[in-house]
Design a protein. Sequence first.
Length: 183
Amino acid sequence: MSEESATETDELDLESLLIENGILELNDDGTDLIFTDAFDEQMRAELDAVNDREVARERLLDLLKEQADPDAEVKFDQFPHAFRVLVDGIPAGVYPSEAALYADVSAAAIVEEYIDEWDSFEITEKGEILSGIRVFLEICPACGEEVTFKTEEVESCCGHYQTAAISCNNCGDRLYESPPLDE
């Protein structure tokens, strides 16, 4: 990374960060980014260890308490297809599924081995990095089946909009959902 610290930059160049730190590389035909073999192997091992709601939430609690006051109150708000994490009543993360949580806590367990300046990132930047890593998963952390990238129309109280999503073909868990796409 440049001499400028991660906290001084306006916007994180996620792909460059992940490539420069040995997490991502171009595939054999140079058309797509994929995990390096080393990161993929470690990520799969972590995913195998974190494939249970309670284990994942316990690991998330530990991570949040490292970043915040160890006595902070952490609460999980469950919704039909997502959940939110609050630390002392302040939103600290939103996950579109349990699979997304499994991916983030698995990546968090190994990412500092790859990114030397990991501790210099703000908690929001760390969240961006972890959710960015999620985009490159090829299998669902919840059931081990293939995931697919697609765009779809979503309806909200304010109308319809297009979003890009990565979801499991088997269990339907969503790993990632983009903000509304410009039309």
